[in-house]
Design a protein around this ligand. Sequence first.
Ligand SMILES: Cc1cc2nc3c(=O)[nH]c(=O)nc-3n(C[C@H](O)[C@H](O)[C@H](O)COP(=O)(O)OP(=O)(O)OC[C@H]3O[C@@H](n4cnc5c(N)ncnc54)[C@H](O)[C@@H]3O)c2cc1C
Length: 491
Amino acid sequence: MNRVAIIGAGIGGLATAIRAATSGRQVELFEAAPEVGGKLRQLSLGDYRFDLGPSLFTWPQLLMDTLEQAGGAAAPFSFVKLDRSCHYFWPDNTRFTAWSDQAKLAAEIERAFDTDAQAAMRHLQRSAEGFEATRGLFLEQSLHEASSWTLARTAQHLRAAWRGRRALPLTRTLSGWNARAGHPKLQQLFNRYATYNGSDPYRAPAMLHVIPHLEFGMGTFAPEGGMHAIVEALHQTALNLGVRIHTDTPVSRILTTAGQVSGVRTADGKERPADVVVSGADVTPTYRQLLPDQRAPERILSAESSTSGVIFYWGVRHPAPDLHLHNILWAQDYRAEFKALFQDESIAEDPTVYINIGSRTSPADAPEGAGNWFVMVNAPAGWETSGLDHLRTRVMAKIQRMTGIDVAAHLECEHVLTPADIATRTGSHMGALYGPASNRPMSAFLRHRNRDRKLKGLYFVGGSVHPGGGIPLCLLGARITHELMEQHDPI
Ligand SMILES: Cc1cc2nc3c(=O)[nH]c(=O)nc-3n(C[C@H](O)[C@H](O)[C@H](O)COP(=O)(O)OP(=O)(O)OC[C@H]3O[C@@H](n4cnc5c(N)ncnc54)[C@H](O)[C@@H]3O)c2cc1C
């Protein structure tokens, strides 16, 4: 069971390659695109460098663990902890800075909302307790293996759950749970965390209330050199371990013999034998295109998709003193925004706009006095792009209204990514950013498993499968997948 073929060099595929190679396996990684990184690739336009996908870096210990268990990062990698997670702007001119320091945060809540900060601080404490009570069960192991449900493990999870029982809302929606956060604007702020896995706060289960703990409790970080430094560290480490990485090499089939995998066929027609195959590609095309003769898990593949996005990458020659690394310009009607996204499959007339300016922490990414703006609006997966020009005009008008900056007048370069582009560039089903949405009470159990039940030697990793999307969960997924591989297909 020594030869491992991995499909897709996103975060999940790269991290699994590192873990498998560290444990002595021969690993070949096949990537359809010309470069590694998947959703986390980069783009240079004139004097500006942009990270195309993720901009928020949390739980860095997971990345450091991945690199350290391989003997350390082959490329220099460092990061700084930020003193604030985000700047928030409301249409009525309320402004709020989410400071990392708890005392400063409480004072800012009192200043911005003219309210006692106690309810919000208690809410954050519950988020921390809920996170600790559930991480072992939902994030750090497979949910689909008998080994996760031994008497000893189940007792351990129950003990953790009992300790954190105050913070385990089992029946409510996230927005219902957040009603106790105090001021309505704070409720809205906590509702936003449903978008961290592309879900709808008015339907998603309240258990997603653990997400704010990642930012408010554990902190928000910035890699030195920008988000792409994460990919560079993983890529170099994998190469140093002897992983053979074939870019521009799409896999067209997963090969099987007598109920087990035997390798992959690449688009050039070559067959590449392997004892273990790990798909780091989205689970829907993995079944539909790479395993057309296998029975697909239809219930999982038909689940509602998480949101996608429209992203404008703008080089803006303006100092924008009010904007920090992460900024949110809220929609006038947040509930209407989610109705548009999930029921009408459209983008609300006045959507929430996220502005990330990476050069705030990586100054080399833009000329002095300018910024590499990553401006994102949530969009339904599969969104038709016919309204793109209208959306661009509305987004620019909103930025001018809420920050006073006339982007068009200071624009030096531009690139746009739509849901269709994300689908084409990364193979993600309908361009969804995080696989299936978590809009139902049992969503966590409805993500695809990491080890196939029917085909021996077939594994899954990445944002569309358990435990979910986003950099931290993809790194946890790589750890889980590797552990299962060691258990079920040892060398
Ligand atoms: C715009 C945007 C913003 C985001 N913001 C954040 C954020 O701030 N923080 C955060 O944590 N996460 C964020 N995410 C989510 C995060 O980027 C993803 O969850 C994560 O990067 C997904 O990694 P993955 O391992 O699933 O692989 P992916 O990045 O999805 O990569 C899969 C790879 O597989 C390759 N592939 C597919 N099919 C084949 C095939 N047949 N043969 C060979 N190769 C194949 C693709 O080319 C691709 O390179 C964002 C995503 C996007 C797009």
